[in-house]
Ligand binder design. Structure first.
Ligand SMILES: Nc1nc2c(ncn2[C@@H]2O[C@H](COP(=O)(O)OP(=O)(O)OP(=O)(O)O)[C@@H](O)[C@H]2O)c(=O)[nH]1
Ligand SMILES: [Mg+2]
Length: 610
């Protein structure tokens, strides 16, 4: 075995929002990859439209900087638990990792998850206590908690001997000892050079593992991954080895390596580096690209199983086909199956109904991001309520369980434990810091978490933080009764008017404004009582010749509550759907007419009586 001392491959991992992408900004800025006058802004790597809007990283991404003649390939990863599949997918490219821990929050559930994955892969960790500029930071305590986490997760003794850097990504500073005054990020670079092992390389015929894919309208499919053995140059003959064992021959097009935000075309790249190659039309993540001389497949990338499923169906609302560019079964199916090429923890299945696909993901946000992306691409379709994925193991029905952690204020403990006990949660830990802050831990079936987030944020007035992490499968705990009250359902198709909406507001809160087009069976509001009620929001006031009073002239509507896509998915019950189009998000009953719904209720009553 040889080493390449001119390269380091390092992944940045942490809980959501602990400052990974901001730290990458600091590394890029200090490495002068931008012109002096270039305005680059913040969160430079979060270039996806939804990443920018939501302020979170969704996809893992590569970049590289050169420091003292050594190229450091940096892999930024997402911290939200729903995108854990991304972390698992890319850490195979790295030899070391920066584990970031917020100087106030300390290790959080996803810190544990990503550290476990990194240690299992044998990555050399560097702990970065980050955001040390924050007021009230508790650095020593956080370091202690991080050490405890290592004690629990380390697979070998040498993993306990990790270096620690104290940093403020936002200020672009890092120091090796607490109390030192930081001036730039150099100590972090020095630590990476010293502690992250240089890539081991094997000589011999070319072999690389594909960890990511991209697409370019001129160059076609682009494969990204680390070279484990040999060299690659443009026009080299290679084979691509897929999961089913099949082998296809290709000629490599171009070869690129990373530098800053750019891809740099190179005449040759060698083992140990992370490269981007074109010319391979049929390739999936996890495939090996190798020299035809000695085609040996590398172990495929394993990512965790999905826990939540929902159906994506062709839009069947009376407004179908009006707002989307792509609305047919074929278009919907092709788009969903194409997503599998890059979205590794996603699953798509056909169902008994040809117009409906079952889509499985790692959480509500994972699926909501896919829905939002497709809607912006011009697709229209309908989705069902997300449900936990159950399995039958040895004849017994099993369901996924999660650990739920809540960081909240003392005053909310009562209301939260009551909400959660209805959702079959068991309190497993409660810690109080003596300053009114409480940390609660529960074990809860995944099904109990569905639509919990919005209820939680409302109940605690947005003052609390929740996190979940997959725990494993347990025997089915029984059904959970829906906690939501009934819906206000439009009884006629037409245009909603102030008069009709005002009447509806006498029955509950409304979700739509005057002039909204509605159809029979569309959900236009929430009734405080358990039953659905039909309302005619299109009803105009009867015209008479006599003006009875001034109150007729100016009816003041209470502003409607507008649900976002995630809230809409959270809101619906099993007998309801969300209709998604590029222009609108509508809620509806599955059965649109009242007659159909009454018939189905009486049918289900009869079947439970017999
Ligand atoms: N005070 C302070 N805030 C920081 C620092 N670094 C990042 N932040 C802030 O923390 C928030 C999250 O930063 P990001 O860099 O997006 O965090 P991330 O870990 O990449 O987040 P995900 O990719 O979504 O998991 C932003 O509002 C940053 O401005 C820091 O060093 N100090
Ligand atoms: Mg990020």
């Amino acid at each position: 075995m040889n080493y390449r001392s001119d390269i380091r491959n390092v992944a940045i991992i942490a809980h959501v929002d602990h400052g990974k992408t901001t730290l990458v900004d600091a590394m890029l800025k200090q490495s002068k990859v931008f012109r002096d006058n270039q305005a680059v802004g913040e969160l430079i790597m979060d270039q996806g439209v939804l990443e920018r809007e939501k302020g979170i990283t969704i996809m893992a991404k590569n970049t590289a900087v050169v420091y003292r003649g050594v190229k450091i390939n940096i892999i930024d990863t997402p911290g939200h638990a729903d995108f854990s599949g991304e972390v698992e997918r890319v850490i195979s490219m790295a030899d070391g990792c920066l584990l970031l821990v917020d100087s106030i929050e300390g290790p959080m559930p996803q810190t544990r998850f990503v550290l476990r994955k990194a240690l299992e892969r044998g990555l050399k960790p560097i702990v970065v206590i980050n955001k040390i500029d924050r007021e009230n930071s508790r650095i020593a305590e956080v370091l202690g908690l991080t050490q405890d986490l290592f004690l629990e997760l380390a697979t070998s003794a040498d993993q306990l001997d990790f270096p620690v850097i104290y940093a403020s990504g936002r200020e672009g500073t890092a120091v090796t000892e607490l109390g030192m005054k930081g001036k730039d990020i150099t100590p972090l670079f020095d630590c990476i050079l010293e502690k992250v092992p240089p890539p081991q390389i094997e000589s011999g015929p070319f072999q690389m593992l594909v960890s990511n894919l991209d697409y370019d309208s001129h160059k076609g499919k682009i494969a990204i991954g680390r070279i484990w053995r040999g060299k690659i140059a443009p026009h080299d003959p290679v084979v691509s080895m897929s999961a089913d064992g099949s082998i296809t021959h290709y000629e490599i097009g171009e070869v690129f390596t990373y530098l800053g935000l750019k891809r740099l075309e190179v005449a040759e790249a060698e083992a140990g580096d992370i490269v981007v190659v074109t010319g391979i039309e049929k390739v999936s993540i996890g495939d090996t690209i190798a020299s035809p001389e000695r085609p040996e497949a590398l172990p495929r990338i394993e990512v965790g199983e999905p826990t939540i499923e929902m159906t994506f169906g062709v839009n069947t609302s009376p407004f179908a086909g009006r707002e989307g560019r792509f609305s047919t079964t074929r278009q919907l199916g092709e788009r969903l199956y194409k997503e599998l090429e890059t979205n590794l923890s996603l699953r798509v299945q056909d169902t008994d109904s040809p117009d409906t696909f079952l889509v499985k993901g790692r959480g509500e946000l994972h699926l909501a991001i896919l829905i939002e992306t497709m809607r912006r691409e011009g697709y229209e379709f309908e989705v069902s309520k997300p449900e936990a994925i159950t399995k039958v193991i040895n004849g017994e029905l099993m369901e996924p369980m999660e650990v739920l952690t809540l960081d909240t204020k003392e005053e909310y403990i009562g209301v939260l434990t009551e909400m959660l006990s209805k959702r079959q949660a068991q309190l497993t830990d409660m810690r109080n810091d003596g300053r009114d802050n409480v940390h609660l831990e529960f074990q809860i079936p995944t099904k109990g978490l569905i639509s919990f987030r919005s209820a939680f944020l409302t109940a605690t007035r947005g003052e609390s933080v929740m996190n979940t992490i997959f725990l494993g499968y347990e025997a089915w705990h029984g059904d959970i009764a829906s906690t939501r009250s009934g819906a206000l359902v439009a009884s006629e198709q037409g245009v909603a008017v102030t008069y009709g909406l005002n009447n509806a507001q006498g029955r509950g809160i409304t979700f739509i404004e005057p002039n909204t087009l509605v159809y029979e069976g569309m959900i236009v509001g929430l009734n405080p009582r358990p039953q659905d009620i039909a309302v005619n929001v299109c009803k105009e006031k009867k015209k008479t010749n006599v003006r009875s009073s001034t109150s007729d002239i100016a009816v003041k509507l209470t502003p409607s509550v507008k649900l976002s896509l995630e809230q809409a998915i959270d809101f619906i019950n099993k007998d309801e759907l969300v209709e998604v189009t590029p222009e609108n998000i509508r809620l509806r009953k599955k059965l649109l007419t009242q007659a159909q719904r009454l018939r189905s209720i009486s049918l289900s009553r009869r079947s439970t009586e017999t």
